[in-house]
Design a protein. Structure first.
Length: 169
């Protein structure tokens, strides 16, 4: 069985945008699992994703408070079609990230994280894949707002794709 994943982080709704782009909602409705690596900001997005997604794996970020912290963990773990997936908001500075994450999350195959709004895709020396989908709503100093999709299939993560969103008008 192949499982389609949508990877999101740092949506910051409604502070950075009023809503998720329609392209992201379309991906959410096609995905088997939506993964959100924190900084939702408003609980209404969590409610809407829970209602519209088949399955949601999410964590709270440093900008999430109240009901978001009550309902979401700091670290989430899930096995998805044989892939041991972890989600966390912050991993610290980019320098030394691979070593820190390999030590802290050595039992995982993939760690999805956020916080920086900077897309990231590397694999540690121990084989842990680190993915940051960027932000679909707050590109900061990046040229595009972004998100990722991937397929989990028989214990492997395949077809990891970084999607660039058109500029908002």
């Amino acid at each position: 069985m192949t499982t389609r994943l949508l990877l999101l982080a740092d949506t910051h709704l409604p502070r950075r945008a009023r809503a998720l782009p329609e392209q992201v909602w379309a991906e959410a409705e096609c995905a088997d699992v939506v993964v959100h690596a924190g900084d939702w900001v408003d609980v209404s997005l969590l409610d809407e994703l829970e209602a519209r997604a088949r399955r949601l794996v999410g964590v709270h970020g440093n900008n999430d408070h109240g009901a978001l912290r009550e309902r979401l963990p700091e670290v989430a773990r899930a096995e998805i079609d044989g892939v041991r997936l972890g989600v966390v908001h912050e991993t610290g500075a980019s320098r030394g990230r691979e070593e820190r994450c390999a030590a802290a999350y050595g039992d995982l195959d993939v760690l999805v994280f956020g916080h920086s709004h900077i897309p990231w895709d590397t694999t540690t020396a121990t084989g842990l894949r680190l993915l940051n989908p960027g932000s679909p709503t707050d590109r900061r100093r990046q040229p595009y707002s972004t998100y990722m999709t991937a397929l989990a299939d028989g214990g492997a993560l395949r077809e990891v794709t970084l999607h660039r969103l058109p500029p908002r008008t």
